[in-house]
Design a protein around this ligand. Sequence first.
Ligand code: NAD
Length: 293
Amino acid sequence: MILLDGKVASAAVKESIKQETAVLLANGKRAPHLAAILVGNNGASETYVASKVKNCEEVGFVSSLIRFDSEVEEVTLLNQIIKLNNDASIDGILVQLPLPKHISEAKVIETISPDKDVDGFHPINAGKLVQGLPSFIPATPYGIMLMLEHYNIQTKGKHAVVIGRSNIVGRPMSILLSSNLPYGNCTVTICHSHTPNLNELCLQGDIVVAALGRPGFVKAEMVKDGAVIIDVGITRVTDETAKKGFRIKGDVAFEEVAAKAAAITPVPGGVGLMTIAGLLKNTLQAYQASIEG
Ligand code: NAD
């Protein structure tokens, strides 16, 4: 069984980005610049944004963190995004989700310039992805593709089962795996909360991507011997024995599934780290497009 280690694969991606950035700086160019917006003080969101900022610094990017309290008016947030859209020194903009209920996530996403949409959530980028046109790929599915590439997991002609159909993970993942790409060309089944025979379908998957947010959902009896298992789930599960009072759990019952799998991602230490690698790649891509003008 191969452990698809996010630390190893993301370090390789980050190292190549770091080297590219060093060359830019040595040539007198400015560094790529990511602006992250955080609304409120949700614990998980704080952790994700802090990690994104830290990773930017590690590869030599500039990052700006813009914070609003949870009561911020939608218009204030939209105006801030417009300001960043018009600022030529900013290459990428991300707004950490989820947002408070009174703010429309759709409006926020659509306000970000598609050229700076490094999360790849804007409908223009989503549409381009569907048509196989160059676009920003949502960071988590992008990170998973980078993971498959790093470990040279063969995908062509394989049956991939994706559990979850969200716009940020499941659906774009299903599109990438079915696309004519070096680590695509799968036959894809996409399962969701209304799929009646999920266990039966999952059992047919050569590759299973679990992205539903139900800890330990994928059990050994649902996967075939030799399957490749990608666990996207991140759920905080209360655990009094843990220092923080919780543990992070994936959507896969790791021990029992690992015993049958050919390869599997751990949680934590798997897809989460690759998501950041995907975000950094997108930011560099936005920067390159911007300086080429
Ligand atoms: P979401 O809630 O938007 O979507 C969940 C999807 O799972 C839905 O399409 C729903 O139909 C499906 N689903 C729910 N229950 C189901 C069931 N019992 N059977 C079959 N399908 C079911 O969630 P999301 O934003 O796509 O995130 C999914 C998980 O991935 C969450 O745990 C989230 O925290 C995690 N996540 C991780 C990363 C990362 O970097 N590792 C990034 C984004 C999301």
